[in-house]
Design a protein around this ligand. Sequence first.
Ligand SMILES: Cc1cc2nc3c(=O)[nH]c(=O)nc-3n(C[C@H](O)[C@H](O)[C@H](O)COP(=O)(O)O)c2cc1C
Length: 359
Amino acid sequence: MDLYSVVKPVLWRLDPERAHHLALWALRRNLAAAAVGPDDPRLSVDALGRRFANPVGLAAGFDKDAKVWRQAACLGFGFVEVGSVTPRSQAGNPQPRLFRLEKDRAVINRMGFNNAGVEAMALRLATDRPGRLQPGAGGIVLGINLGKNKETEDAAADYEIGARRLGPFADYMVINVSSPNTPGLRALQGKAPLAALIERTHLALAESCGANPPPLLLKIAPDLAEQDLADIAAVALDGKLAGLIATNTTIARPAGLDPRYASQAGGLSGRPLFEPSTQVLRALYRLTAGCLPIIGVGGIASGADAYAKIRAGATLVQLYSALVFEGPGLVGRIKRELLQCLERDGLGSIGEAVGLDHQ
Ligand SMILES: Cc1cc2nc3c(=O)[nH]c(=O)nc-3n(C[C@H](O)[C@H](O)[C@H](O)COP(=O)(O)O)c2cc1C
């Protein structure tokens, strides 16, 4: 029996947001530390100019203010993405805004980018991590995910601010235009606004980081039609993006969801998101001819899930919701199961499995 199965009944009696804060508190005090050894070399991935010890990352939204990314990495993640962070701190939507759907192994959230703002994150990272990883070097890979403030009209200006101030700390940077809880945000995924947004963020990164800016990725929604995906792929192949993240939470509500929660507004994540997000990933891999690394995220709760994403075209994967149900032991389990998948298929590394379903 692992520690989480003891703690879980206590956490689950709490309101989900309170439980989340308690988890962050425990992480910060190293109370959730696990004995995690070095990763099997077959799990290591070279991508985005970085070496990832393993392909399993913590998705954005768990550590919005970069308070526990180091401790989170110690749970066995190969990389951690912090944020979404917006230029000015904001409170987000009124509570309750986070719901656990236990039977569905799913979460609905409408947090609305609650965060302490770019400056607070920059000050924290300046003491925590004065520089980023040298290309190719080992260490914790840190991604920083940028959002926009709710009231900002010129959205690109917000991403420029984030890129300028936080670029020097990031091993990769993410433009998040896919959260369903900021009005108008997802409209930025259209071809023309997207190209302009990427151009301006890319320029801001180049200005703040000189000759060696962090790679820029775009995180997209699962609720996009084939034509939208084709447009995004075309913009992505223009040369300014180093990769894509597929996907954020969905506004769809598949049949059969727990009726007590199904009508709650917000983004749905966890198991019901696995299939739709994997379909988007598969389509993007095809549309970009496998030329850009894609981080596959949505509904991963086992090594088999992670492996399915990799075979569908993901170079790396991330998760969040399954941690709520399975606890931190899940990360080690996924890595062990990934190795079993490689062995079963006679493969020597994760890289050999990327996009195998397309052959
Ligand atoms: C409570 C919560 C907050 C989230 N906040 C963010 C966020 O700020 N930025 C973002 O890009 N994604 C955010 N996400 C989306 C996750 O990063 C991820 O894309 C999504 O949950 C699908 O993965 P999962 O099924 O493993 O949870 C959030 C998800 C949850 C559950």
